[in-house]
Write a protein that binds this ligand. Structure first.
Ligand code: ADP
Ligand code: G6P
Length: 482
């Protein structure tokens, strides 16, 4: 029977080593959380990296990791320390990530990293080819594997290959600065279908293919290498039911309390009528964390009546901490939180509760369901699933989503209060509007967004992608039989 092979750099499980024992937790990030539901439902094999360098493992731990990975219907691509350094931290996260998010001043162009990126993409191709059988469908994900579709197509031209980019595709003016632009485009064009979160990213890709490779495009199709490749947008959804039901059950269950839950309880039982504003993200410079903190400071100054009446609950998950820009951001965030708490705190009130850690799913639900407003302010974000998850958990149809226009999610969430993350005046006014929004209006906005999220769930997203990929297969078969 044919299967689907999902390939991404990060597997849905994150494995850590502690005293020769392995510690397994779910991976953080939109790709892993979204695709996890698709993987659990279907007959698929997920190929990716365990998160550990080969040198960290001995025979015993390697076997344990292997077992855990197989138990989760996954297969592993082993990476050495050198590859982690040059491929993952280097080319993926010091070149492609900042460039595609328009952080050109953070982008480095190192030939050594590029060489390693090519080698690791080939290594992924070898593992895929080991597992791929005739009739299988291959679905490659994200910026770490832009060359992989080309390498697979070269060896197995009849395989159906889909590629989905989870981050923005930058405009031509930015993409053209990239030294390896043609190779990367050709790698992506090894696919039969290329998907993006939004129409804008799709448009940018088409424009780069036209202007850099001089390819013919017809509406959303590209002729390349005697093939027609389809380019389309598929805004990724979430597992709506999982979040909605978790929020419902959460109300009825007595869970073991985490420190965050204890703080929230303490807050709920205290006599102050403080409202809670939530933010959750990986600690990443694209997420606009300093902007958010500074805008919150501006809000407290502009509307002093809100001091002691509102609190920002900020969860930041450690991410890519070997990259200097992430270390700088950590320092900047610590300093900003410290400065603002020092400036405004009273004996009974601290304006910002800041948590720097990863959390189990139940605790995320604690946070989503306990906060009156979610304030999500990326300066650039492919989609942003946190915004969607917050809305999905509001089972009483209350709460307000304040969302940056720069997130892909803003394109589908018109009922959120949209802000420009660089406009502190605008954010402060919007925050006030959110905190004062009548319950009826909250209900109207949340229920409209919930209906849409339920209808266009992650299952539906994957289904539409597969339908489009299958239709490219049919077109190929017709062309061959002619
Ligand atoms: P990105 O993909 O850039 O990290 P998204 O907002 O699209 O941003 O996705 C983040 C995903 O990570 C969400 O599905 C969210 O539930 C998950 N997540 C965020 N913070 C945590 C955390 N502290 N613990 C576990 N999962 C988290
Ligand atoms: C974003 C990217 C994913 C990545 C995730 C977590 O969601 O699109 O490809 O897996 O961030 O980042 P990490 O570097 O930890 O895999």
């Amino acid at each position: 029977m044919s299967k689907t092979i999902i390939i991404s750099n990060r597997l849905p499980l994150q494995i850590k080593l502690e005293d020769n024992e392995i510690n397994v937790s779910p991976s953080v990030g939109g790709l892993a959380t979204g695709m996890k539901s698709v993987h659990e439902e279907g007959d698929s094999l997920w190929i990716g990296w365990s998160g550990l360098a080969e040198e960290d493992l001995n025979d015993e731990t390697r076997e344990k990791v292997q077992k855990e990975i197989e138990k989760n219907k996954c297969a592993m691509v082993p990476l050495t320390e050198n590859e982690v350094d040059h491929f993952y931290y280097g080319f993926s996260n010091k070149t492609l990530w900042p460039l595609f998010h328009y952080f050109m001043e953070y982008t480095t162009f190192e030939n050594e990293n590029w060489e390693c990126y090519k080698e690791v993409n080939k290594k992924f191709a070898d593992v895929v080819l080991e597992h791929a059988e005739d009739g299988d469908t291959i679905w490659v994900h994200d910026y770490q594997l832009l060359l992989l579709p080309g390498y697979i197509k070269e060896k197995k031209p009849d395989t159906s290959i889909g590629f989905f980019l989870h981050i923005p595709f930058p405009s031509f003016e930015v993409f053209r600065t990239f030294p390896w632009r043609e190779e990367v485009l050709r790698g992506m064009l090894g696919s039969d279908l290329i998907g993006f979160h939004t129409y804008d990213y799709e448009r940018h890709f088409l424009s780069s293919a036209r202007r850099l490779l001089h390819l013919d495009t017809n509406f959303n199709e590209i002729s390349y290498d005697d093939r027609i490749i389809k380019i389309d947008s598929f805004p990724m959804g979430i597992d709506f039911k999982k979040f909605y039901n978790a929020a419902l059950n959460h109300e009825n269950e007595e869970l073991e309390k985490s420190d965050i839950q204890k703080r929230l309880d303490e807050h709920l039982h205290s006599s102050d009528d403080c409202k809670l504003i939530l933010s959750i993200d990986r600690l990443d410079y694209t997420k606009g964390i300093p902007n958010r903190i500074k805008a919150f400071e501006y809000f407290l100054e502009k509307y002093p009546e809100y001091q002691q009446k509102v609190r920002l609950v900020m969860l930041a998950v450690p991410s890519r901490s070997n990259v200097p820009q992430y270390q700088l951001l950590k320092r900047e965030t610590d300093e900003l939180v410290g400065r603002i708490n020092g400036k405004f705190s009273t004996v009974s009130w601290t304006p910002i509760w800041y948590f720097y850690r990863s959390l189990p799913f139940e605790n995320l639900i604690d946070l989503y369901t306990s906060c009156d407003v979610a304030m999500i302010t990326p300066v650039r974000d492919g989609m942003n699933l946190v915004a969607k998850e917050y809305v999905a958990t509001r089972v009483h149809q209350d709460g307000v989503l304040v969302l940056s226009e720069m997130a892909g999610a803003a394109k589908e969430m018109n009922e959120a209060l949209l802000i420009n993350p660089n406009n502190f005046e605008g954010i402060a006014q919007t925050l006030k509007q959110a905190l004062e929004m009548p319950k009826e209006e909250q209900k109207t906005r949340i229920s409209l967004m919930q209906e849409r999220l339920e209808r266009y769930s992650v299952e539906k997203w994957a289904e539409e992608f597969f339908t489009a990929l299958n239709s490219t297969k049919q077109v190929r078969n017709t062309l061959v039989s002619k």
